[in-house]
Design a protein around this ligand. Structure first.
Ligand code: PMP
Length: 352
């Protein structure tokens, strides 16, 4: 029998994250995590953290982290907001900036959390199809809207747009807020931070989960004109004044402070990515050049589902989305060289 209060419960289809298998022997290439550990500075920050400090609330507004991100980019700290992973920051931004009766715009093939937040927050939206090659065409976004959100590079397609295209997008949408989700921008040579001083309708979200190996710590930032940052703070202070805990703030400060380690890890992933792209093409895979830390590949002779299941059987987890337009593609995170060698060996076994 249905409970009397059932009609009051939320009816929503939540986002489904990549599987988190328990076994360490699994090669985990399904959640776009960084295969390398965090910077040694993060280990030092965590081991020297005084647990007694946990009796107090964390630093107000995660101020040390905002300051560190501002310093990294040479910005004023009033341009930075910090949150508990970019999912938290993005959800806060959707709430703060997309309060219009007009639909917000984003690509049909993109981060599948966007429609979930729209449903949750009752934000109208319109999806703009990417072309056959999964390219985003900026002109398609020159229509009336209540906001725009676009990952650059896009996920799961791996395709990045240049700064000029992004600037064009922002210039044609001066009446609404444009959020550029830069979760993977560190694996590309393009980020929009230089545009912040020019455009007061631009919001950039960045995460420490990918290029800084802190997925388990939940650390992220938004960068925007201080006027928009004040709205993010107002939303944050309307549901949770302290979304970031004290340990995460210390780890984040340490991670962003170690520029050499960041550059070294990033360069390793980019080199592995480009090598594996060529190897996959040799095996007959078709895939765009990736600007991210993952690949998006299809094969003419084997279905993506077949390859996914074959790899899974071998203990190699990649991501397969049973969704229109992309149900014959696999999203493969770039792991270490050894992990990717194992992947290529397994694929050779299947494909010959
Ligand atoms: N944006 C995109 C495009 C992503 O793929 C992800 C990772 N799932 C996120 C944002 C959120 O990452 P996090 O919450 O770990 O910062």
């Amino acid at each position: 029998m249905e409970k009397a209060f059932a009609k009051n419960l939320i009816n929503i289809e939540p986002y489904v994250a990549g599987e988190q298998p328990k076994s360490d022997s699994i090669i985990k290439l399904n959640a776009n995590e960084n295969p390398y550990p965090p910077s040694p500075a993060v280990y030092a920050a965590i081991s020297s953290f005084d647990a007694e400090d946990l009796k107090k609330y964390p630093p107000m507004d995660a101020a040390p982290l905002r300051k560190a991100v501002a310093e990294f980019y040479g910005l004023d700290r009033s341009c930075v907001f910090a949150g508990n992973g970019s999912d938290d920051v993005l959800a806060t931004a959707f709430r703060a900036f997309f309060n219009s009766d007009k639909p917000i715009l984003y690509p049909d093939i993109t981060y599948s959390f966007y429609p979930v937040w729209c449903e949750l927050l009752k934000i109208p939206y319109k999806v703009i199809p990417v072309d056959e090659g999964f390219n985003v065409h900026i002109e398609d976004y020159f229509i009336e809207n209540g906001g725009v959100v676009l990952p650059n590079p896009n996920a799961p397609t791996t395709i990045g747009l240049g700064l000029e295209a992004i600037e064009e997008l922002i210039r044609h949408n001066r009446e609404s807020v444009v959020i550029i989700d830069e979760a993977y921008a560190d694996f590309n040579d393009v980020n929009c931070v230089p545009l912040i001083k020019k455009y007061d309708n631009l919001v950039i979200t960045q995460t420490f989960s990918k290029s800084r190996s802190l997925a388990g710590m939940r650390v992220a930032a938004a960068i925007a004109d201080p006027y928009l940052i004040s709205y993010l703070d107002a939303v944050k202070d309307s549901y949770n004044s302290y979304p970031m805990d004290a340990v995460a703030i210390s780890a984040g400060v340490a991670a962003i402070g170690d520029r050499d380690y960041f550059q070294e890890t990033r360069a390793k992933i980019i080199a592995t990515r480009d090598r594996v792209t060529a190897q996959l093409r040799e095996l007959g895979f078709i895939l765009p050049d990736s600007s991210a830390n993952f690949l998006f590949a299809t094969h003419p002779d084997h279905t993506a589902e077949e390859i996914f299941l074959f790899l899974r059987e071998k203990g190699i987890f990649v991501r397969y989305f049973k969704k229109p337009r992309i149900d014959n593609y696999l999203r493969i995170t770039v792991g270490t060289d050894e992990q990717m060698d194992r992947l290529i060996e397994a694929l050779k076994e299947l494909i010959g």
